[in-house]
Design a protein around this ligand. Structure first.
Ligand SMILES: [Fe+2]
Length: 295
């Protein structure tokens, strides 16, 4: 997934293009979450003006927070319609718990996936979605639609991968070289109790450049079932990256989605704090769709 042509700002030997791109990116970069909000009146018929506002926000920050009046309507077609209109038709990454359209209902329950972290109340550390997918099935975009927030907690922190790249490259370009190594981060295969491989190994870089020249990120802060390259330069780069993600950087947006709101993004790194449900007001319910198309 690395397509570094001569003009790419992501080439380390292309300092002029990088600096120009960096300066453009810094210009008017929002440090307040309000700048990420776009209203959508009818999610099944997004107006041209709304589309333009969404596209501009995503071009600037790789993410947008849409606000609909759908409130707590339990209709998975809402995020599917939004993603469909904004991608011009998407190819969903179907995880086992997704419906036929690729929509996964994320809620704490006693179902077969109850041990998986999105279905629990515990915090979820920094990651990009589908980091364990093989390199030919990388999740390029996703939507998280809030039907009902948690009684308490459940905020998300979000960081544009391009800003993270810039902050790291400004510290030390060697960090970028290390995180682009093809063996930087390895997720071992998942083997079922029957000895069969349920998910193949995924080994690849943290930062890569997709066919259209965009920066893609693949990352998890989890410590178990992951093997980072032991090369000193990769370890140092990983520490530097994690220091930024754990910092009070003005480029990290922390917000709590309300009923009818959603986050649409080019799979930016994100986390979620712990949640506390109260059955009397209904459990937190989010719909998630991951796709191979970029916004
Ligand atoms: Fe996620």
């Amino acid at each position: 997934m690395t397509n570094l042509d001569a003009q790419s700002p992501f080439r380390l030997d292309n300092v002029d293009a990088y600096q120009q791109w960096r300066d453009d990116k810094y210009q008017n970069y929002p440090t307040h979450s309000d700048a990420l909000f776009v209203e959508i009146k009818d999610p099944f018929q997004i107006s041209d003006a709304e589309k333009q506002a969404i596209t501009q926000c995503i071009q600037r920050t790789n993410m947008v927070i849409y606000q609909t009046n759908c409130n707590a309507e339990e209709n998975p077609a809402i995020p599917a319609a939004i993603l469909n209109q904004m991608t011009g038709g998407f190819q969903a990454d179907h995880n086992p718990n997704a419906d036929e359209n690729g929509v996964t209902a994320l809620t704490v329950n006693d179902g077969p996936y109850k041990h998986y972290i999105p279905y629990r109340e515990v915090p979820i550390n920094w990651h990009t979605d589908g980091y364990y997918n093989t390199l030919d099935r990388q999740v390029c975009a996703m939507v998280l639609h809030c039907v009902r927030p948690a009684f308490k907690g459940g905020s998300n922190a979000l960081m544009d991968q391009e800003m993270l790249y810039i902050l790291l490259r400004e510290q030390n370009p060697d960090y970028i070289a290390a995180l682009m190594k093809p063996d930087a981060m390895r997720i071992p295969a998942r083997v079922g109790k029957d000895g069969k491989i349920k998910r193949p190994e995924s080994c690849g870089p943290v930062f890569s450049v997709g066919t259209k020249g965009y920066l893609h990120m693949r990352y998890t802060a989890r410590k178990r079932n992951i093997r980072w390259s032991e090369a000193v330069e990769v370890q140092e780069a990983k520490s530097a990256m994690e220091s930024i993600l754990e910092s009070e950087s003005p480029y990290i947006h922390t917000l709590r989605l309300k009923s009818g709101w959603g986050m649409l993004c080019n799979n930016v790194p994100h986390n979620r704090d712990a949640i506390k449900n109260d059955e009397t007001v209904g459990k937190r319910l989010f719909y998630r769709i991951r796709c191979y198309n970029r916004l």
